[in-house]
Design a protein around this ligand. Structure first.
Ligand code: B12
Ligand code: SF4
Ligand code: SF4
Length: 220
C-alpha cells in the first residue's frame, strides 16, 4: 500500500509516537538498498511514556522491545522496513539524520535541541520506504535556541561538571549517579536538561525521567 506522510503519522499516533520528518537516503546511510524515503519516528514530552506505561511488559530492555512491537507492524503495513537507534554498534547515525529532517541543532550538552520540544525529545526508529512518500514535509528552518541563550544554564547545572566544550564525560556522570548525591538526577533526570528554559512544557514525567536514567546507568 502507498503510504502518505499523514497515513504514517496517524498509524504512529496511538503509540504516542511522532513522525518527525524524513530524508532521501544515500548509499552512505546504511539503509536497505533501494530505500527512497526514510521517515524518522520519535517522541516528545510524556505522550509516548503514557502509551508505553499502558502496554509495557515485565522484560529486559522493556522500552526498546515495546518500540519494536509498535513499529514493526506499522512498517509491515506500509511495505517499509524499520530500523532502530538501539541496534548496534555500529549505530545508525540518528542525530545526523534528524538534522536533515527537522530544525534541530546540537546543544552544548550533546543532545539535539528542538525549538519547541527543547531537550525533551528523542528518536525511536526510522521507517525506510522503497517509494516516494506523498506529503513528506520539507525541513523547516529555524535557528538554534542556544544561539540566543547567553547564560547557558545547562552547562552550569551539572554538579560534577560533566560537560566540557564538545565532550561529555560519561564516567564522571555515571560515578555521580551511583553516589548518594546523584539521587536528584536519578529521580528527576539530568539537571542540565532540566535547567534549559526551552520546551519546559514538554518535560518528561518524573517516572519517565527516572526510567531513562536507570536505563542509561544499566548500560554503563
Ligand atoms: C552511544 C550512545 C550513548 C552513550 C555515549 C554518548 C556519547 N558521549 O557519545 C551513552 C550511553 C553515554 C549515552 C547516554 C545518553 N544518551 Co545516548 N545514544 C547513544 C547512541 C546509541 C549512539 C551514538 C553514536 O555513537 N552514534 C554514531 C554516530 C556516527 O552517529 P551521529 O548521529 O553522528 O552521533 C553523534 C552523537 O552521538 C553526538 N554526541 C556526542 N556527544 C554526545 C553526548 C550526548 C549526551 C549525546 C546525547 C550525544 C552526543 O556525536 C556523535 C557523532 O557526531 C545514540 C542513538 C543513535 N543510534 O544515534 C543515542 C542518543 C544520541 N542518546 C540519546 C540520549 C537522550 C541520551 C541520554 C540523555 C539518555 C537519558 N538518560 O535520557 C544519555 C545522556 C546521559 C545523561 N546525562 O542524561 C538520544 C539523543 C536525543 C537527542 N535529543 O538528541 C539518542 C539519539 C538516542 C535516542 N533514542 O534518541 N548515549
Ligand atoms: S540552556 Fe541554553 S545553551 Fe543550554 S541547551 Fe538550553 S537553550 Fe541551549
Ligand atoms: S545526569 Fe547529572 S551528573 Fe550526569 S551530566 Fe546530567 S547533571 Fe551531570
Amino acid at each position: 500500500m502507498t503510504a502518505s506522510y499523514d497515513d504514517i503519522a496517524s498509524a504512529l499516533a496511538p503509540h504516542g509516537l511522532l513522525a518527525r520528518g524524513g530524508f532521501h537516503p544515500g548509499a552512505g546511510d546504511g539503509l536497505p538498498e533501494g530505500s527512497v524515503v526514510a521517515v524518522m519516528v520519535g517522541n516528545a514530552g510524556p505522550g509516548m511514556w503514557r502509551a508505553f506505561a499502558a502496554g509495557r511488559r515485565d522484560e529486559p530492555d522493556a522500552m526498546n522491545r515495546w518500540t519494536k512491537r509498535a513499529l514493526d507492524p506499522v512498517a509491515a503495513r506500509f511495505g517499509a522496513s524499520a530500523h532502530y537507534p538501539f541496534e548496534g554498534p555500529p549505530w545508525f547515525p540518528f542525530q545526523r539524520w534528524a538534522r536533515r529532517c527537522e530544525a534541530v541543532h546540537p546543544s552544548p550538552v550533546g543532545m539535539l535541541i528542538h525549538p519547541d520540544h527543547g531537550l525533551w525529545h528523542a528518536y525511536r526508529g526510522v521507517l525506510a520506504f522503497p517509494a516516494d512518500v506523498p506529503g513528506l514535509p520539507a525541513r523547516p528552518d529555524a535557528e538554534s535556541p542556544c544561539a540566543r541563550c547567553a547564560d547557558r544554564p545547562c552547562l552550569a547545572a551539572c554538579p560534577v561538571g560533566a560537560f566540557a566544550p564538545g565532550a561529555y564525560d560519561v564516567p564522571v556522570c555515571a560515578d555521580h549517579l551511583r553516589s548518594t548525591a546523584g539521587a536528584d538526577c536519578m529521580a528527576l533526570g539530568c539537571r542540565a536538561r532540566r535547567a534549559c528554559p526551552i520546551g519546559r512544557h514538554r518535560a518528561y514525567l518524573p517516572e519517565q525521567a527516572a526510567f531513562h536514567m536507570e536505563a542509561f546507568l544499566a548500560s554503563r
